[in-house]
Ligand binder design. Structure first.
Ligand code: NAD
Length: 346
């Protein structure tokens, strides 16, 4: 599948530091590794901000290959000692402030965690892996989880973002992620730290924080309150089921080319309004209700400042080089998500 691609190297992660592993995607990733890769151990570092909770790890908390550490990625001493204490050979960096609306109101935390925190992880891994251990690129890997939002917004007829698209971040969130991407790139180029980066589109699935779009819609429907839809609901996102994202990240770590970036997307562009309608239909179906009961709750609200209109991802590179493709169709993934929230209604 990927024979003959220059720079392709196989790597087996053994002791994986997952940052932000009590958040939405990080907790799915920790679970995925623990349940499907018996050779790997997970050290899970999370500050448990408002966005993270140990409940997201309920089914893997007791696993003896999983160690949860409550701490901050900006804490130099802690990161330094964790790397050495566990002989970490792989960092998978999810920890971030991740909500665009919050980044507009309080950008400081985004610069601190997303930029300063990423810098701290890069610097400490560089010191441990390259200076102290003198490990080769076959012995360690730093994977940075980035977002498609660093590429800015697309117009109606624009082609989806590729790995060659220009960086045009529009919110303090995407600007802080862009800055962290640049630091990762620089550490690879300058120090030969073996890094990879992925840019993923919007994720959905169980364990997502209530403040995000899909959980908000579900919760408003269940509480029969107005469903807030920004502007006219025409904004388009390329939705991907969270487990498909985790599989893609693992493939990049195992077989991706060092220093490369890979886009990950569902090839599934849907307007916000259509997502809301699908959720209303799915909830009505699951609860044996009429969908009109939920549809009538749709309420258009003043648009977010600088709201990016459309994101779409061209993921041909990861599909062609690494043989990844999403396996969860949108309707099925939404049904699984709705069922999960219904089971935890309280
Ligand atoms: P999330 O907000 O659900 O989780 C973030 C986690 O990081 C939380 O558990 C939080 O406690 C932790 N954290 C925050 N600051 C920390 C710090 N200083 N030290 C240690 N831990 C800290 O976010 P998410 O949606 O799971 O996103 C995870 C990553 O994936 C982010 O880097 C985000 O940019 C990226 N991403 C997300 C999406 C998406 O649709 N959610 C899409 C593409 C990329």
């Amino acid at each position: 599948m990927h024979q003959g691609i220059v720079g392709m190297s196989e790597f087996t992660p053994r002791i994986v530091l997952v940052t932000g592993g009590a958040g939405f995607i990080g907790s799915h990733f920790a679970r995925y590794v623990l349940q499907t890769h018996q050779e790997a151990n997970v050290v899970n570092l999370d500050a448990l901000t408002y966005a993270g909770t140990k409940e997201n790890l309920e089914d893997v908390m007791e696993c003896d290959r999983h160690k949860f550490v409550h701490g901050d990625i900006c804490d130099e001493g802690l990161v330094k000692s964790l790397l050495r204490e566990h002989a970490i050979d792989t960092v998978v960096h999810f920890a971030a402030e991740s909500h665009v609306d919050r980044s507009i109101l309080e950008p400081d935390a985004f610069v601190r965690t997303n930029v300063q925190g990423t810098f701290n992880l890069l610097e400490e891994t560089r010191r441990f892996w390259l200076e102290e251990k003198n490990w080769s690129k076959a012995q360690c890997r730093f994977h940075h989880v980035s977002t498609d939002e660093v590429y800015g917004a697309l117009g109606h007829d624009d082609l989806p973002f590729t790995e060659m698209s220009r960086y045009v971040p529009n919110s303090p969130y995407s600007a802080s992620k862009a800055a962290s991407d640049h630091l990762v790139r620089a550490y690879q180029h300058t120090y030969q730290l073996p890094t990879t980066i992925t840019h993923c589109s919007n994720n959905y699935g169980p364990y997502q924080h209530q403040e995000k779009f899909i959980p908000t819609v579900i919760s408003m429907c269940l509480n029969e309150r107005p469903i807030p839809v920004y502007g006219d609901g025409s904004n388009i996102r390329d939705w991907l089921y969270v487990e498909d994202h985790c599989v893609a990240i693992w493939k990049v770590i195992e077989s991706g080319r060092i220093g490369q970036t890979y886009n990950i997307g569902g090839s599934n562009q849907v307007s916000n309004l259509d997502v809301v309608k699908l959720l209303c239909r799915t909830l009505a179906d699951a609860l044996s209700e009429k969908q009109e009961k939920f549809l009538k709750l749709i309420s258009f609200v003043t648009d977010r400042p600088g709201h990016d209109w459309r994101y779409a991802i061209d993921s041909q590179k990861i599909r062609g080089e690494l043989g990844w493709q999403p396996t969860n169709k949108f309707e099925r993934g939404i049904r699984k998500t709705v069922d999960w929230y219904l089971a935890r209604r309280d």
